[in-house]
Design a protein around this ligand. Structure first.
Ligand SMILES: [Zn+2]
Length: 72
């Protein structure tokens, strides 16, 4: 079965190439690297609506107790 390396588009042959469908071990590892990168991106913290609600609960109460230093 003939195929093309998904990484470098070189022609590969399943009967001759141990790393099929990749043309070489290097390309296979690069593909794994791509997957690892995607996995990393997917595992980024997802925006959570629950967190947003928690944030709304924390309303800032500004303490406007102005020191009347000017009256002294
Ligand atoms: Zn390749």
């Amino acid at each position: 079965m003939k195929h093309r390396c998904p990484i470098c588009k070189a022609a590969t042959n399943s009967e001759k190439n141990a790393d099929f469908p990749f043309c070489s071990e290097r390309c296979r590892e690069r593909d794994l690297g791509n997957w690892a990168t995607e996995k990393y991106v997917v595992s980024e913290p997802v925006f959570n609506e629950d967190d947003l609600e928690d944030g709304d609960g924390k309303t800032f109460t500004l303490d406007l107790d102005e020191p009347n230093e000017s009256e002294q």
